[in-house]
Ligand binder design. Structure first.
Ligand SMILES: *[C@@H]1O[C@H](CO)[C@@H](O)[C@H](O)[C@H]1NC(C)=O
Ligand SMILES: *[C@@H]1O[C@H](CO)[C@@H](O)[C@H](O)[C@H]1NC(C)=O
Ligand SMILES: *[C@@H]1O[C@H](CO)[C@@H](O)[C@H](O)[C@H]1NC(C)=O
Ligand SMILES: *[C@@H]1O[C@H](CO)[C@@H](O)[C@H](O)[C@H]1NC(C)=O
Ligand SMILES: *[C@@H]1O[C@H](CO)[C@@H](O)[C@H](O)[C@H]1NC(C)=O
Ligand SMILES: *[C@@H]1O[C@H](CO)[C@@H](O)[C@H](O)[C@H]1NC(C)=O
Ligand SMILES: *[C@@H]1O[C@H](CO)[C@@H](O)[C@H](O)[C@H]1NC(C)=O
Ligand SMILES: *[C@@H]1O[C@H](CO)[C@@H](O)[C@H](O)[C@H]1NC(C)=O
Length: 627
């Protein structure tokens, strides 16, 4: 029965004097029925309707999607219009080609809408030039470590206006969107150095670069996301300006900088089609702009091998460390083009390129750092790609000293295993260091300094630095103070049995596995980790399933082994393991909104009753008005 019919039946049964005790049964049935309309099949039906609308033309589709976005009330109407103007072409391309009921459609309904189970991983036939290796991780050299800075997610907002409204209705604030938001007109003015509801001003980036210069790093890595979150307002020229600005600022560090592409570092946001998509969709201008900026950050003495799509492989000047920076957005669920029909086994053949580079490094006895924006074991990477990538990591585990990522804005790490059925210190094969953001929306602005073995390039320790920008508001003319927040060996190593505090010892994958075991044993250690993820900002309660899921996520370099339900933060959890119930999967956390239209769409499915009927009616109106 449809919910409306059920409600009518309930009313009539009450009118006929059915005993009160049966109302509970009815309520339960209605609840189940409502959920049935919000199901995997329901999602496929919705995509079928959108595909029909796409056939009516790109204009009709974009008009309808704009209506859907506005009626959902997730973001303001002007934000909706900006999103669709930017992403309409991609939506039209993808929906026109989509086959309803296909793995692609299932992947969409799982990752974007959270209504289908993740399709089972389809293993990609990886061919390794050399099938296996007997290499092992080299022991530390014992030589004096070098310092390496890790910066991520700067998101500088060149429109940041001190004194404007910090509590506006847009995804980011601290701009005079309306006269009421202007300085002098608001009771919640933004400070000089930033605010938790806003992307930061360029003066914070200048200040942070100065603090990093004082650390005298040998080199730096930057894991992407330069552009601010005003995705509905930006365009090619403003994004180009932003890219040049932050890359110039990275150049001011006075040391080599190895950077990676972020999902925000283009326009329209997130959209990086593979080579299977017609070239007219390709943001070649971004790849060219970044390649040109990066060539000034990488020492001219370092030989660089580049791809045409934002990846490169280069040797650190001392000749023994290979840094491979790759385009992780090819595997990202909010990259509309990822939902190709059929799903590409290896978008733009980048995985095969990675294998070639890793094999060359192994054969040359180099060590490798893999640098990218999005951690591939996260909830927002398609499982096929996460699995294939993880298989590559496992094959070259002895050569890869570590992986470095950003994107989450929080302070995390991620482990890979040779055997996910038995995650142990012995089966832990790789560690990804996920650095928090400079953008202060999920905690105080932060950067990391690693202590690195100058021979093996293994990570020996790291120290997090943060600045209290709230304090600097109070004293108008004072500068933020970048202070040590914690170091890995003090905060984690000292708590292990036996403790690992010797500065000469590597933080191996086994070390980080033991850290996760400690968190399982000792709630206080988990809580301390959890508080550090947001640098003490807005710390939510995370106990029971939340803690289990978090630790499980730290151990899921292959994302199919995560324990959280489909949809990431969308909050659909299996009520009893069999059906989806509308309960929150995790406590809400401060989170950066970077999904553009797809994120809004995922929420619209849940918020708008009979969305499919609404889409049909709007399509009729728009199709008629055009012809
Ligand atoms: C409750 O409703 C069911 C039908 O759904 C009926 O068989 C049953 O007799 C009712 N129980 C009572 C106590 O009336
Ligand atoms: C993978 O390789 C095997 C052996 O070469 C082959 O039988 C199989 O068809 C391949 N699968 C795909 C999806 O290409
Ligand atoms: C690894 O070591 C074993 C035993 O020493 C040897 O038989 C094998 O050929 C080696 N494999 C490689 C890839 O070097
Ligand atoms: C403050 O708001 C009023 C009323 O909307 C408007 O007239 C005025 O121009 C605003 N002030 C500024 C500085 O924008
Ligand atoms: C591009 O965006 C910037 C920032 O939003 C704006 O100032 C500029 O007018 C825009 N340019 C074009 C050509 O639309
Ligand atoms: C930041 O500074 C403000 C103002 O001095 C103070 O109230 C707050 O506790 C500080 N926050 C942290 C995390 O130290
Ligand atoms: C930074 O530290 C200096 C010296 O300790 C102090 O004078 C200044 O007020 C601090 N600034 C902020 C914003 O806390
Ligand atoms: C803090 O977290 C809560 C959820 O626990 C959220 O509702 C609130 O918006 C957050 N506050 C800020 C300032 O991010």
């Amino acid at each position: 029965m449809r919910p409306a019919i059920l409600v009518a039946a309930l009313a009539s049964s009450l009118a006929h004097g059915h005993p009160q005790s049966n109302i509970t049964n009815w309520a339960e049935e209605i609840w189940d029925d409502i959920q049935e309309t919000i199901t995997c099949a329901g999602c496929q039906g919705l995509l079928g309707t959108l595909k029909i609308v796409a056939k009516l033309g790109e204009n009709t589709l974009t008009n309808v999607l704009t209506d859907v976005c506005i009626i959902s009330g997730v973001v303001d109407p002007d934000v909706c219009e900006g999103f669709i103007a930017a992403e309409g072409t991609a939506a039209h391309y993808v929906l026109s080609n989509l086959k309803i009921g296909s793995r692609t459609a299932d992947a969409f309904c799982a990752h974007v809408v959270g209504l289908c189970d993740y399709p089972a991983v389809q293993p990609f036939n990886l061919t390794f030039p050399v099938a296996s290796s007997n290499a092992t991780r080299p022991p530390p050299s014992g030589q004096q470590p070098i310092r390496v800075a890790h910066i991520s997610d700067t998101h500088v907002d060149h429109g940041y206006t001190p004194g404007s409204n910090a509590h506006c209705s847009k995804p980011i604030c601290c701009r005079s969107y309306t006269p009421e938001d202007a300085p002098g007109n608001t009771s919640s003015p933004c400070g000089l150095w930033g605010d938790a509801h806003c992307d930061p001003p360029v003066r914070l980036e200048d200040n942070m670069m100065a603090a990093i210069r004082e650390q005298d790093p040998a080199f730096a890595i930057f894991t992407g996301d330069i552009v601010a979150h005003d995705m509905w307002l930006v365009n090619q020229s403003s994004v180009t300006y932003d890219l040049h600005s932050t890359n110039d600022n990275l150049g001011s560090l006075g040391c080599p900088v190895f950077a990676a592409l972020g999902n925000h570092d283009t326009h329209p946001v997130n959209l990086f089609p593979s080579t299977d998509v017609p070239a007219s969709h390709n943001p070649q201008w971004v790849y060219d702009t970044l390649a040109s900026d990066w060539s000034t950050l990488i020492p001219s003495s370092s030989p660089v091998r580049t791809t045409p799509y934002g990846s490169y492989s280069t040797l650190h000047p001392n000749g023994h460390l290979r840094i491979i920076s790759y385009n992780s957005i090819f595997y990202y669920k909010y990259n509309f083009y990822v939902f190709e029909e059929p799903l590409s086994p290896d978008p733009s053949h980048q995985l095969q390129w990675l294998i070639t580079e890793l094999q060359a490094a192994e054969s040359a006895h180099e060590r490798v750092w893999l640098v990218a924006h999005i951690p591939t074991g996260g909830p927002d990477t398609l499982h096929d790609y996460s699995h294939a990538f993880d298989a590559i990591i496992n094959r070259y585990a002895a050569t890869i000293a570590a992986l470095f990522n950003g994107h989450t804005h929080t302070d995390n790490f991620q482990l890979s295993y040779s055997d996910y059925a038995e995650p142990t210190a012995d089966s832990a094969t790789a560690i990804a260091y996920i650095a928090p953001s400079m953008a202060p929306t999920s905690g105080p602005p932060a950067f990391r300094i690693y202590d690195i073995d100058p021979v093996t390039f293994a990570v020996l320790d790291y120290t997090m630095y943060i600045a209290n920008i709230t304090a600097s508001l109070a004293a108008a003319n004072s500068q933020p103070n970048w202070t040590k927040y914690y170091s890995a060996k003090e905060a984690y190593g000292a708590k292990l049995t036996p403790p690992v505090t010797d500065p000469a010892v590597e933080l191996t994958p086994a070390f980080w596995h033991r850290v996760t075991e400690k968190m399982e044993e000792d709630v206080a250690e988990f809580d301390a980790y959890w508080e550090r993820t947001t640098r003490g900002y807005n710390v939510t309660e995370c106990v029971g399933d939340c803690a289990v899921e978090e630790i499980c996520g730290l151990r899921a370099g292959d994302a199919q082994h995560r324990c959280s339900p489909p949809g990431g933060g969308l909050g659909l959890r299996k009520r009893d393991g069999s059906g989806a119930a509308l309960t929150e999967a995790r406590p809400a956390r401060p989170e950066c909104d970077d999904g553009g239209f797809l994120r809004v769409f995922g929420e619209a499915v849940r918020r708008v009753p009979d969305l499919q009927g609404y889409i049909r009616r709007r399509a009729e109106v728009h199709a008629k008005s055009r012809g």
